[in-house]
Design a protein. Structure first.
Length: 134
């Protein structure tokens, strides 16, 4: 079985993650997943997980679950519309987030602690607010 040593934010240690299908991670997505190929996830025995980056842009991963995952999803929902609507390019958004969060190569899947996640969320809210009236 393919394993990978990854940091799990729930277990707060490095664990041997294994590959799981999206259908195992999100059984409630079954109907939705009938329409497209289920994605692969790295998963910890505790249930934390992260999507496998097929493009191999980011080779480092952090496993998360629960509130942590929810915050990370919120960050995506705030920053993705900015580059999707071409208000900024995707690299510009990530460069901005790297600078403001003092991260060398900012990526949502690499946020490794709740403190960083909350800080990034706040910055993503500010950035989103510049472009979208809420
Ligand atoms: Zn774990």
């Amino acid at each position: 079985m393919q394993t990978k040593k990854l940091h799990c934010t729930s277990c707060n240690k490095t664990v041997n993650a294994t590959i799981k299908k999206e259908t195992e991670i999100y059984p409630d997505r079954k109907a939705y997943l009938a329409k497209r190929e289920p994605r692969d996830y790295w998963a910890c025995v505790c249930g934390s997980h992260v999507r496998v980056d097929k493009e191999k842009v980011h080779v480092r991963y952090v496993l998360t679950t629960g509130k942590f995952s929810a915050i990370k999803n919120n960050i995506h929902s705030l920053i993705d519309p900015i580059w999707k609507s071409k208000k900024m390019t995707r690299p510009e958004v990530y460069r901005y987030m790297s600078k403001i969060t003092k991260t060398k190569d900012f990526h949502v899947s690499l946020i490794s602690c709740m403190k960083d996640a909350e800080k990034a969320l706040k910055e993503a809210e500010t950035l989103n607010g510049l472009y979208f009236n809420r």
